[in-house]
Structure formats: structure tokens, C-alpha cells
Design a protein around this ligand. Structure first.
Ligand code: FDA
Length: 319
């Protein structure tokens, strides 16, 4: 109920204006967002790298409503790729297709995505295409497959365990050697498309994680890339210790070394767990968002954990 309300508010322009105008809104969001500028994001990335954690950077933005906005977002991602090529950081890039025009026109988005992947190829950086709400799942997978078919290898996609379709999508993608990040799913979806109960989402996450580990075992461990960067591994984007413990146990049963899989977590959430897993020899990647369009991302983080909301509201009431 509360989750549904917060997810609805994440798309409400009036609520966005209200929260963004209010000083404490940014102070609260800053727990989850590295900063509003690229420089701040690079500083946070360097600090995480020093602590043994890898990074994926997300220039915040989604659902752009004009061609100009989509072009600007594409330019910002190209600038990010150039910055990563110029700095010795262990970081790659995550993008959202509605940020670069998918909600406007598929063809426009395709052109932008191609430019981004060409630049990423030149910079030898991996790009992960985040998965958004259900109207964009099919077009996202379609564009992803098109890019793979036209020769781009350094690109991966995300599967959301709450979707019923995730099981068959994951199987089909694994057969084609796709690089997948598995997550539970962060959007408000109707019960005819997504499991409404958390226990079912968790169970599906476990099943899909097993599929991914079995595929990794079949493929053999990927070698380190020539520049020493960690290659894209089967990635599990969760802070759920039970899910993580099951993944570790199943990987051990399959005799997969710890370096053959990657855990990914969001900036500002469970740093203790990130560091523990890194100490145990698992590659850990922190998803670091930055930029001025932090509102919908921030609201999804509130929706995931009511305790965050109470903290937020208590400050609101105190003025
Ligand atoms: P769950 O929600 O069960 O939380 C487990 C525990 O984690 C909680 O008990 C709490 O301790 C901690 N926790 C989780 N969320 C928290 C929060 N907001 N604040 C504080 N603590 C919190 N989704 C999507 O639809 N498309 C995508 O592309 C991505 N990409 C993505 C990348 C990465 C690296 C991660 C980690 C997550 C995503 N997600 C996503 C979000 C994902 O779908 C999901 O909403 C969140 O990860 C929360 O789910 P958990 O798996 O952590 O489990």
C-alpha cells in the first residue's frame, strides 16, 4: 500500500517540484546519490575503488519528454564515458533507455544507444542497460538484441525477478550468452504481469540466480581483460542476505570460484555487506547515481524501505 503510494508519487510532477524545492529533500537523497555533478561522482568512485569496490555510474534521468532532452542525456553519457577513459578508475556505466528517447521514439533511442555503445567500445567500457517499468521491457530487450546482433559485445541487460516473463526471458538470453544483472524489480506493476507477494519474488529470484550460475559454470570463468579491468560477470543486484547466502552456496556446489560472479549493490545501502563480500573474494560493484534528476530514483529507494520514509517524514515535520 505504502510502496504503491510512493511509487505513484515517484512519477508525479507536483510532488517532484515540492521535494526538490525543499532543502532537506536533497540532504536525504544525498544518502543514495553521489552528487549533482560528474566530478563528485568520480570522487566517490575513486573512494569506493580504494576500498576494494568496483562501480557502475548512472547519470540520473528517465522518461525524457523532448528530443532535445534525450540528446542532452546522450551527450552527458558520452562525457561520462570519456571521463572514465581519462581516469584510472574501476568503473563502468549503467543507462536507462527512456532517458535517451525510448519513451519518445524507438528509432531515436536506437541512434543514441548506438552512439553510446560505439564510444564505450572505443573507451573499452562496459554498458549495462537498466530495466524500467513493464511498457519498456519488450522494446528494451529488442534494442539490446539488435545491438548484440550488430556486433556490440560489451553491453548487458537486467532481468527483474518480479515479472512472470523473467524466467523464459532469462533462459532465452542465457542461451545467447547475454550478460545479465538479476534484480527483484523496483516499479509498480499489476498482478497480471508481476508476482504481487514478496515471497514469490524471492523464490523466483533464487530460481533465476541458479539458472545464471549454471550458465556461468557451463561457459567457464572469463579471463581478466587485458587492461586488468574485471570482465562482466553474472551479476546479482541485491542487498538481501538470504538471497546472497543461497547464491554463494549454490556457486560453491557448482565449484565456481568466488571471482566468477559479481554482487552489485546501491550506493548508500549496506556498505558493511559490500565490504564483507569483497573481503571474501567476491567482486562487488556499487551502483553510483549522480546528477540533478534524482527525484524518481530517490522515491523508489524510499518505497523499498518504509524505515527510510519515517526518517524523511520526521525531518519534514520538524521543518
Ligand atoms: P529487499 O527489498 O528484500 O531488501 C533486502 C534488504 O536490503 C532490506 O532488508 C534492507 O536491509 C536493504 N535495503 C533494500 N533496499 C533498501 C533501501 N532502499 N534503503 C535501505 N535499505 C535497503 N530495479 C529495476 O527494476 N531495474 C533495474 O535496472 C535495477 N537495477 C539495480 C541495480 C542494482 C545494482 C541494485 C542493487 C538494484 C537495482 N534495482 C533495479 C532495484 C531492485 O529491483 C530492488 O528494488 C532493490 O535492490 C531492493 O531489493 P533487494 O534485492 O535489495 O531486496
Amino acid at each position: 500500500m505504502l510502496r504503491a503510494l510512493l511509487l505513484a508519487l515517484s512519477q508525479a510532477c507536483w510532488a517532484q517540484r515540492l521535494v526538490k524545492r525543499w532543502k532537506f529533500g536533497w540532504q536525504m537523497a544525498a544518502r543514495f546519490v553521489a552528487g549533482e555533478t560528474l566530478e563528485e561522482a568520480l570522487r566517490v568512485t575513486a573512494e569506493l575503488n580504494r576500498g576494494g569496490l568496483n562501480v557502475t555510474l548512472d547519470h540520473l534521468g528517465e522518461h525524457t519528454t523532448t528530443v532535445q532532452e534525450a540528446q542532452q542525456a546522450t551527450e552527458a553519457i558520452l562525457t561520462l564515458l570519456d571521463a572514465l577513459a581519462a581516469h584510472p578508475l574501476r568503473a563502468n556505466v549503467s543507462i536507462k533507455l527512456t532517458q535517451i528517447g525510448l519513451a519518445l521514439e524507438e528509432d531515436l533511442c536506437r541512434q543514441h544507444l548506438r552512439r553510446i555503445l560505439e564510444r564505450a567500445q572505443q573507451c573499452r567500457t562496459f554498458v549495462r542497460i537498466d530495466m524500467e517499468d513493464s511498457p519498456y521491457v519488450e522494446p528494451t530487450l529488442h534494442l539490446y538484441e539488435q545491438m548484440r546482433a550488430s556486433g556490440f559485445e560489451q553491453v548487458g541487460v537486467v532481468m527483474q525477478a518480479y515479472l512472470y516473463r523473467a524466467e523464459s526471458d532469462t533462459r532465452a538470453l542465457l542461451e545467447k550468452g547475454a550478460r545479465i544483472r538479476l534484480v527483484k524489480g523496483a516499479y509498480r506493476e499489476p498482478p497480471h504481469l508481476a508476482y504481487p507477494h514478496k515471497a514469490d519474488v524471492d523464490a523466483n529470484f533464487d530460481r533465476l540466480a541458479e539458472q545464471m550460475l549454471e550458465a556461468a559454470q557451463k561457459a567457464g570463468a572469463p579471463p581478466l581483460s587485458e587492461d586488468g579491468r574485471i570482465p562482466p560477470l553474472p551479476a546479482f543486484g541485491t542487498h538481501d542476505e538470504r538471497r546472497i547466502a543461497r547464491i554463494c552456496a549454490y556457486a560453491r556446489r557448482l565449484a565456481l570460484p568466488n571471482e566468477a560472479l559479481e554482487f552489485q549493490m546501491l550506493y548508500g545501502i549496506r556498505r558493511d555487506l559490500q565490504e564483507r563480500l569483497a573481503r571474501e573474494g567476491y567482486p562487488v560493484r556499487v551502483y553510483v547515481p549522480y546528477g540533478t534528476h534524482w527525484y524518481p530514483y530517490f522515491m523508489r529507494r524510499l518505497a523499498e524501505r518504509p524505515a527510510n520514509l519515517w526518517f524523511f517524514l520526521s525531518h519534514l515535520l520538524r521543518g
